[in-house]
Design a protein around this ligand. Structure first.
Ligand SMILES: [Zn+2]
Length: 366
C-alpha cells in the first residue's frame, strides 16, 4: 500500500512514492521451465503497444469486441499443461519491499521445481506490451501495486474488459498484496465478481502485524501447509461480495467462497497505526475479536477460480516454507492443475532471495 507518502512503522521513516531510481517502462515476459533452472529464458522484449480500445462500457460493444479475443484464448498449452501468467508490477517501495519482479520470478522458479505440470509465464514491470502472452492462459495473477493506478484499470477500462472476457471463459484470476486494492467505482464490482472481494481504501486497513495461522480448511490449496506465524503488511476487512466473510466458507449466487488464511488481529493491531492512512478507523476498532481473512479463494459460476492474498509486502517472507507453499498451491489450483497431497514442494536459498531484486535507492538514515 502506499499513498503520496508512506510511513514505515518498522523503520519509522517516511518514504516518498518511489525510491526505485526511476521506474522502468518496458514490459518483459519470460517463460520459466524446469529445464531452464537455475537460469531464466528471456523470451521477448517487445515495444509495440496495443492501441487504446475504447473508453465507454456499453454491453453490446463489449460482447462484440471481446468474443473474438475470448475465442483466441484456448485453454491448455500445446503440450497439455495448464498455463499460468503472473504479472509483476513496477518497482515502488524501498529495497526488499514490493519486490514484485523478484518475487514473481522466485515463485516461478519454485513452481518449476514443484509443479512441472504447470507452464508458467512471468511478465515483468507491469502489463505486457505484447499481449500474446495471455493466449491459452488458464490463470492470470496480478502481484503489483494497486489503487487508482492498478494495471488492470488503465487504458480507460479496456483492460478491465479484456479481463472480463477471460473470466467469461473460466480463466482463473488472482491478486496479491497491493494488487488486491482497487478503487470502488473503478473496478470494485469487477473484483468482487472475479475474486470475491477487494481492498477498499479507508474501509479495509493495512497494518504490519504478525498473525498466527493455525487452522486451515480442507482444501486443495492448504495441502501440506503447517501452522505458521509471520510478520507482513497483512491487509484485512476486505470489501467482500455479499455474504462472504472470514467466519466460514459460504456460497452466494452460486459462487463458492473459502477463507484460507484466517486469524484474529489483536486489539492493538486494530487500534493502529496502519501503514496508510494511519487510522485507526472506528469500524475496525469496533470489530475487536472478529476473525479476518488474509487469503481467500472463490469458485465462480463461469467455472473459473479466483484468489486474493494480502501478504507479500516483505520479499524475505518467501523464505518461509508454509507461507510460500500456500501461495504456490493456490497458483497451481487457480490454473486447475493438480496440487499434490503434500502441496507444492520447493526450496528457496539465500541466493534465491537476492536474485532479480530491482535496483532501488537505499533509504536515507536519519
Ligand atoms: Zn505493502
Amino acid at each position: 500500500m502506499e499513498k503520496s507518502t508512506r510511513q514505515s512503522n518498522h523503520g519509522q521513516r517516511s518514504f516518498p512514492k518511489c525510491h526505485c531510481g526511476g521506474q522502468r517502462d518496458e514490459a518483459i515476459h519470460l517463460e520459466i521451465k524446469p529445464a531452464d533452472l537455475p537460469g531464466i529464458s528471456w523470451l521477448a522484449l517487445i515495444d509495440s503497444k496495443r492501441p487504446f480500445l475504447m473508453k465507454t462500457r456499453f454491453v453490446t460493444l463489449f460482447v462484440l469486441l471481446l468474443l473474438p479475443l475470448a475465442a483466441s484464448l484456448a485453454a491448455k498449452t500445446s503440450d497439455g499443461r495448464a498455463k499460468l501468467v503472473i504479472i509483476a508490477g513496477k518497482p515502488s517501495h524501498p529495497p526488499r519491499m514490493h519486490e514484485f519482479n523478484a518475487g514473481t520470478q522466485l515463485l516461478a522458479k519454485c513452481l518449476a521445481q514443484g509443479a512441472p505440470q504447470l507452464k508458467v509465464e512471468v511478465v515483468l514491470n507491469g502489463w505486457p506490451k505484447d499481449e500474446s502472452v495471455f493466449e491459452g492462459a488458464d490463470a492470470i495473477v496480478f502481484y503489483m501495486d494497486g489503487g487508482g493506478k492498478h494495471e488492470a484499470v488503465l487504458e480507460g477500462g479496456a483492460r478491465l474488459m479484456k479481463i472480463q472476457s477471460w473470466v467469461t471463459r473460466g480463466v482463473g484470476i488472482g491478486a496479491m498484496h497491493y494488487g488486491v486494492e482497487v478503487v470502488a467505482n473503478q473496478a470494485g464490482e469487477e473484483f468482487k465478481s472475479w475474486i470475491g472481494g477487494y481492498y477498499e481504501n479507508a474501509f479495509s486497513c493495512n497494518p504490519i502485524w504478525e498473525p498466527s495461522f493455525t487452522d486451515f480448511p480442507k482444501h486443495a490449496v492448504t495441502r501440506g501447509v503447517k501452522p505458521f506465524q509471520i510478520k507482513d503488511e497483512w491487509y484485512f476487512n476486505m470489501r467482500f461480495a455479499d455474504k462472504f466473510s472470514a467466519e466460514k466458507a459460504s456460497e452466494s449466487a452460486g459462487v463458492k467462497f473459502t477463507p484460507i488464511l484466517v486469524a484474529k488481529p489483536s486489539d492493538a493491531v486494530r487500534d493502529g497505526p496502519y501503514v496508510a492512512p494511519k487510522g485507526p478507523y472506528p469500524h475496525i476498532q469496533a470489530a475487536k475479536g472478529k476473525p479476518e481473512a488474509m487469503m481467500w479463494v472463490v469458485e465462480r459460476l463461469d467455472g473459473g477460480r479466483g484468489m486474493g492474498f494480502t501478504g507479500g509486502h516483505f520479499h524475505d517472507n518467501w523464505a518461509n516454507d508454509n507461507f510460500r507453499k500456500v501461495v504456490l498451491n493456490t497458483l497451481v489450483w487457480l490454473a486447475k492443475a493438480d496440487v499434490p497431497a503434500n502441496g507444492i514442494e520447493s526450496k528457496v536459498t539465500p541466493a534465491d532471495l537476492e536474485a532479480n531484486l530491482d535496483p532501488k535507492n537505499q533509504p536515507k538514515k536519519k
